[in-house]
Design a protein around this ligand. Sequence first.
Ligand code: SF4
Length: 312
Amino acid sequence: MSFSGGKDSAVLLNIVRRMYPHVKGVFVDTGLEYPEIRDFVKTFDNIEWLRPKKSFKQVLEDYGYPIVSKEVARYLRDLQNPTPNNEQSRSIRLTGYNLDGKDCKRYKLPDKWHYLIDAPFRISEQCCKIMKTGPLVKYEKESGLHPIIGIMACESGSRTRNYMKFGCNAFALKNPISRPMAFWMQQDVLRYIKENDIPYCPIYGDIVENEKGELVTTGETRTGCIFCMFGIHMREGENRFQRLERTHPKLHKYCMEKLGMKEVMEFMGYPWQCDCGGCTACNDRCKEPEEETNEKTQGNQRPVEGVQQEEA
Ligand code: SF4
């Protein structure tokens, strides 16, 4: 069973192991997980840890940043890397027509992202393939096992379409897969955790009822890759990098300075610093420059595993 350490896969692991206690869990240690998620995964027995061939930093250097969405990043990769071989797809991405003038607007890059073609950094959708899918596909091939995964149709349009086409158990596919939670909703996940009192990663905080009677988490709502920029444009209010500065300042510093995310966020016009007005980072920014320098040289933060991995 593919186990990410997130709340959905915590539910799935619980269901699966209640029926089949010896099913192995497989965790891909990308170096992009919150430290709390890694610690949570370590609390389970019989979990195999896989590692990708490259670090996230290498992926950014070799291929480019995962920005906006897989589809947009894929189109931008074509447009930023013109070759005689991709002339046809570049024409489609740019104009919505192929070289013969056929209408292919469905595959056109939306106008609002055209400014990214000339960005001073590369953009690519290859990250997921290298960091996540690659190690799992390799494992599947070598072990002869097929995955049980915790994805849900409600998470994206492509997952909904895939569910409508193949259902929960796509055993007839070339690579058979079981998705027993495909028809679940987020509320079902939270209710299952609460009613069965199963362990889940503390990074989510508590599960409480809001004023509409819906279950919500008081901490993080999602725990995917910390540094991922997919979907960053969809967030209203505080974005994940602003929140990261408050919750994991050392990871934020590494991400902005060493991984170059600061330049990317600024180029796209998105805020990357916390502006809650009450955290250490915000307070430090309000202080006099000399005082700020003294604070910053104290170096009293606990080393963060994710950063150590990336730098290794
Ligand atoms: S979710 Fe984002 S950061 Fe994580 S592997 Fe995929 S593209 Fe990379």
